[in-house]
Design a protein around this ligand. Structure first.
Ligand code: AMP
Ligand code: MG
Length: 315
C-alpha cells in the first residue's frame, strides 16, 4: 500500500505484544496481496481485471464481500466513490511510485483517453449469483486503492484484539484505527495541514473503537503549468477532484472511514451532510483552505491555530 505501518500497544503482557503485532502485520500484508493491482503476484482482482467481458468469474468470499460493500458505497455516495477506476488510475499514473519499474507522472494524459476510460468505468461491474461478477468492457478494472488500506487497518485491529490487546493504535501513513485508551487518556490524533507538511491543522481526541482516515490532494501529486494534479479522481469527469484539499472521516469501522474519506473528498462540502446522517463525523478542508466539520465532532476537536472555521449548519 506504499506506506509504513506503526503499531502502538498498551499491554501489561510484554511477551504477548510482539506476537500480536507480528500476527496483525502478517494479516495486513495478506490483505495487501489480495487486493493489489500492482506487482507480479497473481490474485483474484488481477484475474477479474483481465477476464473476458460479460463473462462471470467467481471471486473468493472476502473479495466478494468487499466488492459488494464497495459497490454499495458507490451507490450511496452517488458515484463519488467508484471501485472500477482501475484503468483511469493507471492512465493518470499516480500509483506508479509503488511500481518501481515505471516513472512518476509529471503531466496529465490526453483528454480523449481520459474521456474514453471515464465512460468505460461507469456502472461497469455486474453482480451474478454466488460470488460471481463480470465486467462490461475491457477497460473496466477494479482498483481498491481507496478502501483496501482501511480494510487492512480494520482486520489488523481485529487480530490484535483476538490476541487479547484492548488498547492500541495502528497508523498506516496517517490513516488510523484506535482501540481503547492511551494509558488513562484518549488518543490524541493530529490532522495534517494540507499545504504545510510539518504543521498540524487540528487535533482530535478519540478513544474506544474508532478510525480516522484522511484523503488529501498532497499525498500523490504534481504541479503542471501551475495547476495541481493528484490521485483522487472525480468518477464523473475522470479528472482529479477539485473541491477539496483534505477530507477526514471519523467512524468506528476503518473500511468505511477509508472509502468515505475518498468519497467526501470528491463531493466536497455538499457530502458532509450525508456523512453526518450516516452517523459518521468529518473534517473537510475545502479548495480555499477553509475548515468545515460535522457538528457531532466539534467538542472533540482542537484547532492548532485559527484559520476560518465554518460549521455545516452555517451553509
Ligand atoms: P485514498 O487515498 O484512500 O483517497 O484513495 C485514493 C486511491 O483510490 C487512488 O490512488 C486510486 O487508486 C483510487 N481512487 C481514486 N479516485 C477514486 C474514487 N473517486 N473512488 C474510488 N477510488 C478512487
Ligand atoms: Mg480512502
Amino acid at each position: 500500500m506504499g506506506t509504513l505501518v506503526d503499531f502502538t500497544l498498551y499491554s501489561d503482557n510484554k511477551k504477548n505484544a510482539p506476537i500480536a503485532i507480528k500476527a496483525a502485520s502478517d494479516e495486513m500484508q495478506r490483505i495487501e496481496q489480495l487486493f493489489s493491482i500492482y506487482g507480479d503476484q497473481p490474485n483474484a482482482i488481477k484475474t477479474f481485471n483481465t477476464s473476458v467481458p460479460n463473462t462471470p468469474i467467481k471471486l473468493p468470499d472476502e473479495v466478494d464481500t468487499l466488492l459488494a460493500q464497495a459497490e454499495q458505497l458507490r451507490r450511496k455516495s452517488l458515484g463519488a466513490f467508484n471501485p472500477a477506476l482501475g484503468s483511469l488510475n493507471k492512465l493518470w499514473g499516480f500509483s506508479r511510485s509503488t511500481d518501481a519499474s515505471l516513472p512518476a507522472p509529471s503531466s496529465p494524459p490526453a483528454t480523449d483517453q481520459i474521456s474514453a476510460l471515464q465512460a468505460a468505468s461507469m456502472h461497469c461491474i455486474q453482480k451474478h449469483h454466488q460470488n460471481r461478477w463480470s465486467r462490461k468492457n475491457r477497460d473496466c478494472k477494479l482498483d481498491f486503492g481507496a478502501i483496501a488500506k482501511g480494510y487492512a487497518l480494520e482486520q489488523g485491529m481485529q487480530v490484535l484484539k483476538s490476541h487479547g490487546i484492548q488498547n492500541a493504535i495502528i497508523n498506516a501513513g496517517g490513516d488510523i484505527r484506535v482501540s481503547g485508551k492511551h494509558g488513562g487518556r484518549a488518543w490524541k490524533i493530529g490532522i495534517r495541514h494540507p499545504r504545510h507538511a510539518e504543521k498540524v491543522i487540528a487535533t482530535i481526541n478519540i478513544e474506544g473503537d474508532l478510525s480516522i482516515v484522511t484523503s488529501g490532494d498532497y499525498e500523490r501529486f504534481y504541479i503542471y503549468k501551475g495547476k495541481r494534479y493528484h490521485h483522487i479522481l472525480d468518477p464523473k469527469t475522470g479528472m482529479p477532484a477539485t473541491k477539496t484539499q483534505s477530507a477526514t472521516v471519523v467512524t468506528t469501522n476503518a473500511t468505511s472511514a477509508d472509502a468515505w474519506s475518498t468519497a467526501l473528498f470528491v463531493t466536497g462540502l455538499k457530502g458532509i451532510e450525508s456523512i453526518e446522517k450516516l452517523g459518521m463525523s468529518a473534517i473537510l478542508i475545502d479548495a480555499d483552505g477553509k475548515i468545515h466539520t460535522t457538528e457531532n465532532i466539534e467538542s472533540r476537536l482542537q484547532l492548532s491555530f485559527s484559520p476560518p472555521m465554518l460549521r455545516t449548519s452555517e451553509h
